[in-house]
Design a protein around this ligand. Structure first.
Ligand SMILES: Nc1ncnc2c1ncn2[C@@H]1O[C@H](COP(=O)(O)OP(=O)(O)OP(=O)(O)O)[C@@H](O)[C@H]1O
Length: 268
């Protein structure tokens, strides 16, 4: 029974994007796009520069208006929920925007506490304790708590931003290019951290990335955006087998072959 439950959970659709279209003026960026994200998976989201990955992420988060289409989050149509239900949905999702986007005038601890201050009322001492736990969770030393973003390395900024995204113990986190700007070792460590959270906390991860290492080593599924829609969706093996020209060039091009040699266990 427990095993059946576990299997059922892995197929639970936590986010469903149905037939969405986004336009800026006369330019259509997304046209009837469909996508599902399942509980406990890391979905890698890739596509050519300018194909609309950030626009889709912003549309899912309600930051960009849609011309049409439906977004079902945790089984609820986000256009049809009450304000109170919408707040509950927002609390169950964390976001790490590109470049970390920490508030420069706040310390790391204060940055982690931003969602707590926005959504829940807690005594300061409890917020400090919770924020320190998040700091530990993402592998930052305690003495980073009172530093400002300008005093952190690129890798520390990403971890602090992840800690902030995890502030309210969300079910799903959206990561926009989380490893961009990190050296390969820092990027691999960040990927490992995210995979660990999936495995230990059952976290669902929607990760926009250009990083082939991330796509090949930690993503359970990959979705490729192109021609305003999802071009191909599936496992690394599906990507490797695809004859779609962009997918083929990306996953079987010269650079990809070099990466595949480094991460053979996921791509054999
Ligand atoms: N607010 C906006 N107003 C008008 N056009 C926009 C707006 N936001 C994005 N676009 C356009 O939508 C298209 C997709 O942009 P988007 O940033 O989503 O691409 P991307 O796939 O995330 O690219 P990259 O990988 O380079 O980050 C681009 O042509 C961009 O110019």
């Amino acid at each position: 029974m427990a095993q059946e439950q576990a299997v059922a959970d892995t197929h639970e659709t936590i986010l469903e994007v149905r037939d969405i279209t986004v336009r800026f003026g006369t330019t259509t960026v997304l046209d009837g796009l469909n996508l599902s994200v399942h509980r406990g998976e890391i979905l890698g989201f890739v596509g050519a520069s300018g194909s609309g990955k950030s626009v889709l992420l912003r549309a899912i988060l309600g930051l960009v208006p849609r011309v049409s289409g439906t977004i079902i989050m945790f089984g609820k149509d986000i256009d049809r929920v009450s304000d109170a239900e919408r707040v509950k949905i927002d609390m169950r999702q964390g976001v790490l925007f590109q470049h970390g986007a920490l508030f420069s005038g706040l310390t790391v601890l204060e940055n982690i506490q931003v969602p707590m201050r926005e959504y829940v009322r807690l005594p300061k001492r409890l917020m400090d304790e919770l924020a320190l736990l998040k700091l530990e969770l993402v592998g930052l030393p305690r003495n980073a708590a009172h530093k400002y973003p300008s005093e952190l390395s690129g890798g520390m900024i990403k971890r602090a931003a992840l800690a902030r995204a995890l502030s309210l113990d969300p079910d799903i986190v959206f990561l926009d290019e989380p490893t961009s700007g990190l050296d390969p070792i820092g990027a691999a460590e960040f990927d490992e951290l995210v995979a660990q959270m999936r495995d230990t906390m059952g976290l669902t991860v929607y990760m926009v990335t250009h990083d082939l290492d991330s796509l090949l080593s930690v993503c359970d599924r990959i979705a490729v955006l192109g021609n305003k829609k999802i071009l191909v969706e599936g496992t690394v093996d599906d990507m490797m087998a695809s004859e779609e020209p962009w997918v083929k060039a990306y996953f079987r091009g010269k650079r990809a072959r070099a990466v595949v040699r480094r991460v053979p266990e996921r791509t054999s």
